[in-house]
Design a protein around this ligand. Structure first.
Ligand code: SF4
Ligand code: SF4
Length: 149
């Protein structure tokens, strides 16, 4: 169970997360909204769910506090999360900004996510070959990216 969130703790998380070489990217099109990733993530509010029903729900990762621990990518039952280089998602606020396509219903209805994240609908699909290649592989564990920080 993650510790309670507060300003000092969040500031420490942001500082630590800024050094992470990898971040968790959720592929919205494959996410079932099962919330397993939320249960295993050790960082409070790092992964959050949005939407009202299976037609438009999903989860996103807050990049500012994702420490790159990989637990969500290892435990997602639907193999929906990849650990991607932080440099590949530079300038992105959350994993909503880093989608490989715009097929999810949230792109038609961005008000299902909080205000400060809604610009995701205006971000172009990610074309970085490293990221695309990771999502073409069934298993997200790539030793070169998972080495100690
Ligand atoms: S564990 Fe995977 S399928 Fe379940 S909510 Fe998280 S990303 Fe979606
Ligand atoms: S990599 Fe770790 S900190 Fe980041 S979203 Fe996944 S479980 Fe949370």
């Amino acid at each position: 169970m993650p510790a309670p969130q507060n300003d000092a703790r969040r500031a420490a998380l942001v500082k630590g997360a800024s050094k992470a070489k990898i971040k968790a990217l959720v592929n919205l099109n494959a996410c079932t909204g099962c919330e397993v990733c939320i249960a295993v993530c050790p960082v409070p509010d790092c992964i959050e769910k949005f939407g009202e029903d299976p037609t438009n729900w999903g989860v996103y990762v807050n990049y500012d506090i994702c420490i790159g621990c990989m637990l969500c990518a290892k435990d997602c039952p639907w193999d929906t999360i990849r650990m991607v280089p932080t440099t590949a998602v530079a300038g992105h606020v959350s994993s909503l900004d880093s989608q490989l396509d715009h097929n999810h219903a949230a792109f038609e209805n961005p008000e299902v996510v909080p205000d400060h994240l809604r610009d995701f609908a205006n971000k172009p699909p990610v074309t970085d070959p490293v990221v695309v290649n990771l999502f073409q592989k069934q298993n997200p564990q790539v030793p070169g990216l998972m080495s100690p920080k």
